[in-house]
Ligand binder design. Structure first.
Ligand code: BJ8
Length: 425
């Protein structure tokens, strides 16, 4: 990695904590990613992005800011990135999947709160993350109670705009959400000083759709047996999609898909034909949370879809491109986002239906529903997932974990027992 220390210092990072983070990443990445066999050549770009995770992209954000642009952080796939893009801003995902900073976070948060919230709070308090320190403001949402209340505290350290995400999907909820998206647009215009025009919004919708289409194309290729790419690599790409430059990322994913299409024609894959095929569902897995996928894929199975926000929930639906006025496009954006099946909604039948249909489409042998500890929405909803999958005779393994490594061996034992059970069916 090039020397970016001056840039990190200028961002006010706590260099000791940051060094600690940067020391852990390469060895973990080597073990989890670079050790894989038969990786597509197109993964080299994504390896480079991880290698430069706090380097090149951060420099690009600084250049954007030096030219008068704004950087806006988000913690949820409900924040409409098309609007930020149309106003000339850059939106970056700030969720983190590592324990560093937890002790600091626990000074302002209860200990028994989900690791994802603790992680982002710890990153901000500890000044560990250059993405966070590059943000002029961040956008929160009222999805779950933990996040909703944590944003009040976060606002002491960085300006936070909170969007009220409804908890149901009735007509009156749709109206509330549309008004929230309209307010968001007005706020972004004021903050960036740039008016969102029909042309700029149309362009932003097209570019963001192109990114989502590329991710969909990649995911469609995972229907094949043998799977042409590992679940771990796909998760990595899905994690990177939250902060990389949109057109460049889109082009790289499409180039990878070209390569994978050849692999499919030649019958080549990353796992043996007939290897157990699993769907991973549950709470999002923010970078660098790769623990469970690594356990699964080093136990002989291959993950063929992520029913998660670092996965299909992020890119499944597109915004219709027919709108002509800003108002029409904003309405289309609001509708598209309200289709995301987060467990914060009640009821959340759409998610149950999607897991079942996905298992059929991907010819999955089973589902691993993985929830972060203390994540009430997904932990409670695990009951509905279990009931639904039982009705459809789809094998399920429920896991609850956090960002620590202490339970890795225990998870491995449970995954192996699950795979053995699948083999005996
Ligand atoms: S749309 S899943 S990205 S809220 S893990 S903080 S839910 S207690 S991340 Fe999410 Fe948006 Fe929903 Fe997706 Fe709360 Fe659970 Fe923690 Fe969570």
């Amino acid at each position: 990695m090039a020397d970016h220390r001056k840039m990190w210092e200028s961002l006010g990072l706590d260099m000791e904590s940051h060094d600690q983070l940067m020391n852990v990443l390469p060895s973990t990445y080597g073990t989890v990613y670079l050790s894989q066999e038969n990786r597509p050549k197109g993964m080299e770009y994504f390896d480079f992005v991880v290698n430069e995770v706090h380097g090149q992209r951060i420099q690009e954000l600084q250049d954007h800011k030096a030219a008068g642009g704004k950087v806006i952080g988000a913690f949820c796939v409900y924040v409409p990135e098309e609007i930020v893009r149309a106003a000339g801003g850059i939106q970056v995902g700030l969720c983190s999947g590592v324990e560093i900073g937890t002790a600091r976070a626990e000074k302002v948060l209860p200990r028994n709160i989900c690791p994802l919230i603790k992680s982002f709070m710890g990153f901000k308090l500890g000044k560990v993350c250059p993405y966070f320190e590059s943000c002029d403001m961040v956008v929160g949402e009222t999805t779950c109670d933990g996040k909703k209340k944590a944003f009040e505290i976060l606002n002491d350290y960085v300006p936070v705009h909170v969007m009220e995400t409804p908890q149901m999907k009735r007509e009156k909820d749709k109206a509330l959400w549309l008004s929230e998206v309209q307010d968001f647009l007005a706020m972004v215009e004021e903050y960036t000083g740039n008016k969102v025009t029909a042309d700029s919004l149309h362009q932003a919708i097209k570019e963001t759709n192109a990114k989502r289409r590329a991710l969909l194309r990649l995911n469609e290729l995972r229907r094949h047996d043998p799977a042409p790419i590992s679940g771990k690599d796909c998760l990595l790409i899905e994690q990177i999609s939250m902060y990389d430059d949109v057109p460049r990322f889109t082009a790289q994913v499409n180039a990878l898909c070209d390569e994978l299409e050849v692999r499919v024609k030649e019958g080549k894959g990353v796992a043996a034909t007939g290897a157990p095929r699993l769907i991973l569902s549950g709470t999002p897995m923010a970078l660098p949370n790769w623990k469970v996928p690594h356990v699964i894929e080093t136990s002989g199975a291959v993950i063929v879809a992520e029913e998660m926000c670092t996965g299909l929930r992020y890119f499944e639906n597109l915004v219709p491109e027919e709108g002509e006025t800003v108002e029409q496009m904003v309405e289309a954006i609001a509708n598209r986002y309200l289709d995301i099946n987060c467990a914060c909604f009640t009821p959340n039948d759409g998610r149950m239906e999607r897991i079942v249909s996905l298992a059929g489409e991907r010819k999955a042998d089973g589902v691993i529903n993985c929830t972060l500890a203390f994540c009430d929405p997904y932990l409670v909803e695990a009951n509905r997932v279990a009931k639904t999958l039982k009705e459809h005779n789809i094998p399920l393994l429920n896991l609850e974990t956090d960002y620590g490594q202490e339970d890795t061996a225990q998870i491995k034992t449970r995954v192996e027992a699950f795979l053995e059970m699948l083999g005996n069916r």
